[in-house]
Unconditional design. Structure first.
Length: 84
């Protein structure tokens, strides 16, 4: 399951790199989420706010960046299955 999640993080980085008009704030938020997800994987400890922050970013991306939004939702699902 961790490998699947790492693959999804790679997919997210690719999807984000393809978005030329993404603002700096969104890029920073995604970079922070990436780091927080990796930290949660390393510790195995759930971060209460992580799922909510991922969902919020997915909602914001829904209309303009559907592929990135879909990957974020996949990441959220994978974390949930892992109990994180």
């Amino acid at each position: 399951m961790q490998q699947e999640l790492k693959n999804k993080l790679t997919q997210l980085k690719q999807a984000v790199s393809d978005i030329r008009e993404l603002d700096d704030e969104s890029r920073e938020l995604l970079a922070q989420l990436d780091g927080d997800i990796k930290a949660a994987l390393d510790t195995g400890e759930p971060d209460e706010s992580l799922s909510g922050r991922i969902e919020q970013q997915a909602i914001e991306f829904d209309s303009q960046y559907p592929s990135a939004s879909a990957v974020l939702r996949d990441i959220m699902d994978a974390l949930g299955k892992m109990g994180i």
